[in-house]
Unconditional design. Structure first.
Length: 183
C-alpha cells in the first residue's frame, strides 16, 4: 500500500506542513517524513490521529488507488458496440464489480435474435423510448422512467418496441472483472 504518498498528497493539497501535523498528533517530524516516504508503516492508531489532523476519514487513507473515486466525463466515455445489431454502448463508470452502461436501441433492434445469459445481475432504467424485455416466462413492456432487474444467468432479451431510438441505463454487477462487456 502507498499510504505515505496519499498522506503527503492530501497534506500538500490542504497546504498543511509536516510541522503542523506533528503539532496536532504529537509525532516527530522525522517519523512523519518516514511515513510519507513509505519507509515505515504506522499503526492504525497513528493513522487515525494523522487522518484526524488531515480532516479525512481513516478509511480513505486505506483505500487503494483503484478503489477511490473514478471520474468519467461525458466527452471521455469509452464507446463500443455489442451484439449482432451493433448496439451503441457508452461506458459510464465502473468499480471492480459494478459497471454502468448507457445503451442505444435504434427502432426494432434488440440484444440479439435469441435470449442470452451471462454471469451477474442487471438493473435497467428506461431513459427514453419504449422497450420489451423477457426473461424465461416473464415478459413486459417498459416506457420512460420504468425499471426492472434480473439475474443475468437466466436467458434474457431486450428489444426496442417503439418507432424512436430507446436509451436504457444498465447497471451490471458481477463478482469478478470478467463481465466487462456483458449486457
Amino acid at each position: 500500500m502507498d499510504i505515505g504518498s496519499t498522506i503527503r498528497a492530501i497534506r500538500k493539497r490542504k497546504n498543511i506542513t509536516i510541522a503542523q501535523i506533528c503539532e496536532e498528533t504529537g509525532l516527530s517530524q522525522g517519523f512523519m517524513s518516514q511515513v510519507e516516504t513509505n519507509k515505515t508503516s504506522p499503526s492504525i492508531a497513528t493513522l487515525e490521529s494523522i487522518a484526524q489532523a488531515l480532516k479525512v476519514p481513516l478509511a480513505y487513507l486505506l483505500l487503494k488507488k483503484e478503489e477511490r473515486m473514478h471520474i468519467v466525463r461525458k466527452d471521455e466515455r469509452k464507446i463500443t458496440t455489442t451484439g449482432s445489431e451493433q448496439l451503441k454502448v457508452e461506458h459510464l463508470s465502473s468499480t471492480k464489480n459494478v459497471r454502468m452502461r448507457l445503451v442505444e436501441f435504434p427502432p426494432g433492434t434488440s440484444t440479439g435474435d435469441t435470449p442470452h445469459a451471462h454471469e451477474g445481475e442487471e438493473v435497467h432504467v428506461v431513459i427514453q423510448g419504449k422497450i420489451y424485455a423477457e426473461q424465461g416466462e416473464d415478459a413486459a413492456e417498459f416506457g420512460e422512467g420504468d425499471s426492472f432487474s434480473w439475474n443475468a444467468c437466466t436467458p434474457h432479451l431486450v428489444k426496442n418496441m417503439g418507432e424512436d431510438t430507446a436509451i436504457v441505463l444498465i447497471s451490471i454487477y458481477t463478482e469478478s472483472d470478467s463481465g466487462s462487456d456483458l449486457l
